[in-house]
Ligand binder design. Sequence first.
Ligand code: S3P
Length: 426
Amino acid sequence: MPGDKSISHRALLFGALSLGTTRVAGLLESEDVINTARVVTALGAPATKTAAGVWEVEGRGIGGFHEPQAPLDFGNSGTGARLAMGVVAGQDFTVEMVGDASLSRRPMSRVLTPLQKMGLEVVTQDRQSLPLKLRGTTDLVPIEYELPVPSAQVKSAILIAGLQTSGTTTVIEAEATRDHTERMLRYFGADIKSALGTDGKTRISVTGGRQMQGRDVKVPADPSSAAFLAAAAVLVPGSDITVEGVLVNDTRTGFFLTLQEMGADLTYANPREEGGEPIADIRVRHSRLKGVRVPAERAPSMIDEYPILAVVAAFAEGETVMEGLAELKVKESDRLAATAAGLKANGLIAQIDGDTLTVVGGAGRAPGGGRVETHLDHRIAMSFLVMGLAAEAPVSVDDTAMIATSFPEFTSLLEGLGARFAEVSE
Ligand code: S3P
């Protein structure tokens, strides 16, 4: 299985912000991550591939970057763009950031607002999305900031900027989001602490002024990509697969927990730790499923997995109700709308009510036969291709190109398990 996307981006960025060489094994070599490798290189910290999945970053440390010669292109990646804003905030130069049509529609004010409080200047007036021109400063000021949305990208951008101040920056989160930034910054030697308060909120504080040291990072397999294989195994009769070395940090495993609650035969084996993150092998077998209610509190731990969960739910017995999906509307596409439309195109009943999605399951059967609009969204494409593995008629999607942004091996891995993909004419 390819490496985790969130951890791959962070390994490159934190390696660049450290002194010395960072060696990353198992880097996800997808378009999103390769764009981040190009960005750190353009900032003066060369990231180079030395073997399959092995990359080295020559870190420059805090204050060591230089002004890039051309706009920084993040392609489809919100994570790359938003985390890099935290890096750029601490640089005494101007940077232009661009992205594809999907990324250029996504909200950036959630990151810009706190970074502007710290001293970042948004040179492009009246714009809240890419393309943007930003000017950082070496006089960033620390802030205390409570996240208005549960977003690990916003949290991370502020903490990265905080590293480049001479005081303590604190981010307060009411709902736990993925904590890879906290874990990896600690591993690289940053002064960072997390504490759960009696109010149920977590306060994460980083104190700047200390250089980090480059480290070796081993990237575990991506649970958000493993989710597609797990779903395929659960849905296709006779399946029995094991996905090895998957990241099982509990800020990421909401989808696997939900599959288990639906009755899936999904078990963890060989739990171990690698590079400060818990990993395990996950075995999944074909199972009969029942619909469940997925509570809003679980959303941050499976935010990227709702499209594939909705596909799985289409085959369960009874209704699956997924609550608290507001953030799905601002992903690579409006995933709430795209998921519901894809299900309907395949003969299923799906209803959106505010931030809740309800899917009526077909008790093991789904008609299929539809053509799904993917809106430049890799996870919509992969989710509905998985639906085609188990539906009565094949399912087609309008575009598969975006799959390479996160999971270039998707079709070949599934073909290795017996799936067949065919190109269809318009
Ligand atoms: C990510 C955080 C999530 C997730 C994205 C990766 C990260 O986004 O959807 O795929 O690596 O921090 P938000 O922070 O916007 O929820």
